[in-house]
Design a binder for this molecule. Structure first.
Ligand code: ADP
Ligand code: MG
Length: 258
């Protein structure tokens, strides 16, 4: 049995305006082993967020089941941490208090929360910014707070939904590098959603290429390239060419369907 298992997942959304059914996910099976960094790659609207939200327990599959560590997922839990595209920080709380927000809800003292937050603030390289407010941070720094907040709960799985999509190119590269360091340091299991081929190939131990809507798995590709990934290497570009080809085929199929 794998650490994360998606078995025969189907998701149908009701279109509230038309009252019709919309098939978003069409029979997906996916297995993720412990300590993997799996990237779900696919065009906008193919169901990546829906799939991630089902692992998080925010959405329920219409049929099929999601299991993490052998347990059926029926709702959100502290074993699964989520990092969104927008970090959704509490604007009135300083960095350290945002990072330790889960502990505030548990009623821990300020001293204990600060002590608990510190190693994670250091892990995302925000030392010196502990007392800054979210409004005083750059986009990349705010996203680091979101990552530290997710890590603090020591989740078995970290779910990331296009967390770097809104960042500028250089910050994005820095954050990708740091994420790999954090993943290795904490031995995390990460499911990372992206629509960027480069990002998927820079990060992933595996890249799951999805089809256009309704989302199915087109192909799963193991990425056995050395880290840090050299995006100019022949190996990287051979895989990239193959993935781009799959995406081009999918995009043509989508146009035929439309
Ligand atoms: P992606 O993250 O790959 O861009 P999503 O998972 O957000 O795709 O969405 C997949 C499809 O399901 C889209 O057509 C989207 O409009 C639809 N969808 C997503 N969430 C809902 C919802 N809560 N209600 C109705 N339709 C939804
Ligand atoms: Mg999405």
């Amino acid at each position: 049995m794998s650490f994360i298992e998606l078995n025969n997942i189907v998701k149908v959304f009701k279109d509230p305006q038309r009252g019709t059914d919309m098939l978003a996910i069409d029979h997906i099976d996916l297995s993720v082993e412990k300590k993997e960094l799996v990237c779900l790659l696919g065009p906008s609207g193919c169901g990546k967020s829906t799939l991630l939200n089902m692992i998080a327990g925010f959405e329920k599959p219409t049929s099929g089941e999601v299991k993490v560590d052998g347990k059926l997922i029926t709702g959100p839990g502290a074993d699964r941490g989520m990092v969104f595209q927008q970090p959704n920080l509490m604007p009135w709380l300083p960095v350290w208090d945002n990072v330790a927000f889960a502990l505030k809800l548990k009623g821990l003292s300020k001293k204990d929360r600060q002590a608990a937050a510190q190693p994670f603030i250091e892990a995302v390289k925000l030392n010196g910014f502990e007392n800054h407010l979210p409004g005083e941070l750059s986009g990349g720094m705010a996203q680091r707070v979101g990552i530290a907040r997710a890590l603090l709960q020591n989740p078995a799985v970290v779910l990331m939904d296009e967390p770097f999509a809104a960042l500028d190119a250089q910050t994005k590269l820095d954050m990708q590098e740091e994420l790999v360091t954090i993943w290795q340091r904490y031995s995390s299991t990460i499911v990372f959603v992206t629509h960027s081929v480069d990002e998927a190939l820079i990060l992933g131990t595996q890249v799951v290429v999805m089809t256009h809507r309704p989302g199915k798995i087109r192909e799963t590709i193991a990425i056995d390239l050395d880290r840090p990934r050299d995006i100019t290497s022949t190996g990287f570009n051979d895989i990239k060419r193959h993935v781009l080809d799959l995406i081009r085929q999918e995009s043509n199929l989508a146009k035929q369907d439309a």
